[in-house]
Design a protein around this ligand. Structure first.
Ligand code: PEP
Ligand code: MG
Length: 888
């Protein structure tokens, strides 16, 4: 097993092994771009280290061999006293985890070699500055010293000198600072800062391995659904310096605007600085376009390289670069993160440029991005007070109370408040607070600052670099032009325009929703371009997808919206939703009926109401299938609360005026009271226990269909029986239904062609699907109940009780009620689908649990070969898109 790859040995397809950064450094090296030489230690080495607590034995020798080769190439040795080779040691996992893991720069400097470096560079200040940075970074990340101690010492040094920026500290100040830093290390870490260069390197490598498992890295992975066992690669790269004077600098660039997708020159540049200064947003940068006047040669070269990269990767790339005394070096590239809107625009632009085809364009966007674009936005015409403007870093419209630290953000959001986290700049320690907040606002840093990158990744609204805002985290307030905004004041943050408002700004619907609704009118200036891109991508998806998409809808209004959003029918009409409100009493009467006569009266009253519901529904979905599920209420939803009723009756009895009805009701409620109504008298069980109930519903469906036919409509109802566990249940209900349907057909002289099928939502139903298919013309997987019963989790209680702990412990990446549990619930769906089709090859298969609108689950249902997914109307576009992506 090979643990180390030279940059010349790898390529971009080796991300699993070399991490994203390493694979792309190799790719750039092989493209002939100027990459400082170096090598990558594989994720496999990291895994061994994390499993056993020790680096694999072969690793040390391989590193030695590669270091030798590097030293030969560079003509100097690591840490060599008179002319040291310096290296950076950087983390780089398969998936980018910005700022989450460790990096140490300037490895190879010591008390001796700092002098050699000063001589070679002809820059004493630079050498000592590099040395103090090494001790600082090494102290913090490798030796675990509190980083604040170094920051404080640095501040004190500046204060003593009466200067405000680091660059105003001279060589002598920095020498003193180095001494001070070394003392901090000795005191805090209980050891001296290592003077041996190789020891520095080996310790740094292990520290990078360890950083895979820091709390913040784990939290980030759970958020982003990155598996916890991938490990990180480590890149050892010869140092180039952006802090060698005004003809040096460092920057980041995008081949397109990650917010709009437009082509152009986008990025930030910082003269006379090292990389971490830009990413951390510590000093304010200049726009990349200004580099043209600062260093035309490097600028032109960079533009050419950007073109090369975009054509090569066929996608937006982001780039980190450094200029060392007029020589341009590429330190990193990757396919860049982008906003949801930009993803759609870029995908269609690349198709137009002939760089990718339509199938590939579908892979460049996803349902989560589409969902994001369907969020409402701020009403631009509202009369509101503009506080300031920053960089539109991550889109969305967020309103909340101002908080100035993560702790408060978490505390307030736990108590149900919406908060906006306002910081000067964020760092990885703010991650929890960022997750808790509705939106993030910073006064410093550019589009590539920590706040911007992380917020974009989380799909959270963010405005950064709003420089007019003076944020004072100690006093918990910010000032803008003399106005003070205190903790708790409401602010509104527009991540699409960068505008920050005082108070609550009203929101308007998104142009994408307006488009789906068929009433697209001018909204934000760039709405048309976005809508056009969405329109094209949706057309690609619809063309290739095999899964049909239906809606879960119980009324005409929802059904019509679903149709506008592209629904191809209704996959689940929950008839119990038709009995709530005023009609609840009728159901109560039915449940409480003692005699046949009472029951029949109740049913007779319900029949016309049901029929009218169905006529409306079939009309709204004319020509498309409508799956009507017979009543499946947890019974307690239809009866008075047992405690309240008991109290009422007890009070009345003490006054000796208890009424007959209440007493009867209480008796019935007691009789029907269940410890776990979700597993009680529901679904088909209820239909079998209450004579005439299902027959009444079937009659309403059949009569409604007959009436629609008479009106020259094209009704296509499908009758679905819920909570079936055995084929016998289904057979009884089906025989009864067949009789009713035949009666209605005879009475109305119409042929109705109704189909009867079942939900598969209990493990036993899934396990006996082959038998059940004998009696069912279709299956619809009820993955909500199936998840509940397969896991033994009560769907009503469990998310509030221990799910958080499970998510924190990484037992789930995401709730199994949200994304289908492929291995457990999914396996049952797969085998039931196969068994069902074995019995009845033309069995129609669908899913109508919440998972039907979840992107990842849609891919699974495609793989399993279902015919359709059914989801809430608002998620239909997402399901269409994901079904297309699954098939492309
Ligand atoms: C299901 O169980 O997945 C389902 C769709 O039915 P309900 O959520 O109404 O129980
Ligand atoms: Mg169910």
């Amino acid at each position: 097993q090979k643990f180390v790859y030279d940059f010349t040995e790898g390529n971009r397809d080796l991300k699993d092994l070399l991490g994203g950064k390493g694979a792309n450094l190799a790719e750039m090296t092989n493209l002939g771009l100027p990459v400082p030489p170096g090598f990558t230690i594989t994720t496999e080495a990291c895994k061994v280290y994390l499993d056993s607590g020790e680096a694999p034995t072969a690793l040390r020798e391989e590193v030695s061999a590669h270091l030798d080769a590097l030293e030969r190439k560079m003509g100097k040795k690591l840490g060599q006293a008179d002319d040291p080779l310096l290296v950076s040691v950087r983390s780089g996992a398969k998936f980018s985890m910005p700022g989450m893991m460790d990096t140490v720069l300037n490895i190879g400097l010591s008390d001796e070699s700092v002098i050699g470096l000063a001589t070679q560079a002809g820059e004493e200040r630079f050498a000592w500055d590099s040395y103090r940075r090494l001790i600082q970074m090494f102290g913090k990340t490798v030796l675990g010293v509190d980083g604040e101690l170094f920051e404080e010492a640095l501040e004190a040094a500046k204060h003593a000198k009466k200067v405000t920026v680091d660059t105003d500290l001279g060589a002598d100040d920095l020498k003193k600072l180095v001494k001070h830093f070394k003392k901090i290390v000795r005191q805090e870490a209980g050891r001296d800062f290592p003077q041996d260069a190789r020891e520095q390197m080996d310790l740094a490598i292990n520290a990078v391995f360890d950083s895979w498992n820091t709390d913040r890295a784990k939290l980030y992975r759970r958020q982003e659904r990155i598996p916890g066992d991938l490990g990180t690669a480590v890149n050892v790269c010869s140092m180039v310096f952006g802090n060698l004077g005004p003809d040096s600098g460092t920057g980041v660039a995008f081949t397109r605007d990650p917010a709009s997708g437009h082509q152009g020159v986008y990025g930030d540049y910082l003269q006379n600085a090292q990389g971490e200064d830009v990413v951390a947003g510590i000093r304010n940068t200049v726009p990349l376009a200004d580099l043209e006047s600062i260093d035309k040669k490097s600028y032109d070269q960079l533009m050419k390289i950007m073109e090369t990269l975009e054509t090569h990767y066929k996608d937006l790339c982001d780039i980190e670069f450094t200029i060392e005394r007029g020589q341009l070096w590429m330190l990193q590239t990757r396919v860049g993160k982008r906003t949801a809107g930009a993803a759609f625009r870029i995908a269609t632009q690349l198709v137009d440029q002939g760089l990718i085809d339509e199938a590939e364009a579908l892979q460049r966007v996803n349902g989560a991005q589409l969902a994001q674009l369907m969020f409402p936005r701020f009403d631009e015409t509202a009369r509101t007070e503009l506080l300031g403007r920053g960089i539109a870093a991550s889109p969305g419209a967020a309103v909340g109370k101002a908080v100035f630290d993560s702790y408060t953000a978490i505390k307030w959001s736990r108590s149900g408040e919406k908060v906006i986290l306002i910081r000067r700049e964020t760092n990885p320690d703010d991650l929890d607070g960022m997750i808790a907040a509705e939106g993030i606002l910073t006064s410093r840093g550019g589009k590539t600052s920590h706040a911007a990158v992380v917020a974009r990744g989380m799909g959270k609204t963010c405005v950064c670099g709003a420089e007019d805002l003076e944020v004072d985290t100690k006093l918990r307030r910010m000032t803008v032009g003399g106005r003070v905004i205190e903790e708790g004041d409401t602010v509104s943050v527009d991540g699409s325009t960068g505008k920050v408002y005082l108070g609550e700004v009203p929101v308007v619907p998104s142009p994408v929703v307006e488009y789906f609704e068929g009433r697209m009118h001018a909204g934000a200036d760039d709405a048309d371009e976005l809508v056009a891109a969405v329109h094209r991508i949706m057309a690609y998806a619809d063309r290739v997808r095999r899964l049909r998409v239906r809606a879960n809808a119980d009324n005409a209004e929802d059904a019509l919206r679903a149709r506008r959003f592209g629904a191809q029918g209704i996959g689940l009409c929950r008839t119990e939703h038709m009995f709530l409100g005023e009609r609840r009493e009728l159901v109560e009467k039915l449940i409480l009926a003692d005699t046949d006569a009472e029951r029949e009266t109740a049913l007779a009253e319900l029949l016309p109401l049901q029929k009218a519901d169905f006529i409306e529904l079939f009309e709204s979905m004319d020509g498309l299938p409508v799956t009507v599920r017979l009543l499946d209420p947890p019974l307690h939803e239809f009866l008075p609360d047992i405690t309240e009723l008991s109290v009422r009756v007890a009070l009345a009895e003490s006054r000796k005026d208890a009424n007959e009805n209440d007493l009867r009701l209480l008796q019935a409620v007691h009789k029907l009271h269940e410890q776990n109504p979700m597993l009680g008298l529901r679904g088909v069980r209820l239909g079998l226990v209450i004579p005439g109930l299902f027959a009444m519903q079937v009659r309403a469906i059949a009569e409604a269909a007959a009436q629609r036919k008479k009106a020259k409509g094209d009704p296509r109802p499908e009758i679905m029986i819920p909570l079936v566990g055995t084929v016998q249940e289904l057979e009884i209900v089906r025989d009864e239904a067949d009789l009713v349907i035949a009666e209605v057909e005879a009475a109305t002289g119409t042929e109705l062609k109704l189909t009867i099928g079942t939900m598969i939502e209990l493990p036993r139903a899934a396990l006996t699907a082959g038998q059940i298919a004998e009696a069912a013309q279709f299956f619809s997987f009820g993955t909500n109940d199936l998840t509940q019963t397969v896991w033994g989790f009560s769907r009503d209680d469990v998310e509030a009780s221990f799910f958080t702990a499970y998510l924190e412990k990484g037992i789930f990446g995401v709730s199994p009620f949200e994304t289908i549990d492929r291995d457990g619930v999914g396996a049952l769906v797969r085998s039931a689908a196969e068994a069902g089709r074995a019995t009845r090859p033309d069995l129609k298969l669908g899913v109508c649990g919440e998972h039907g609108g979840d992107p990842e689950s849609v891919h699974f249902f495609h793989e399993v070969g279902l015919d359709y997914v059914s989801c809430s109307p608002f998620r239909i576009p997402v399901a269409r898109l994901e079904a297309g992506r699954a098939a492309a």
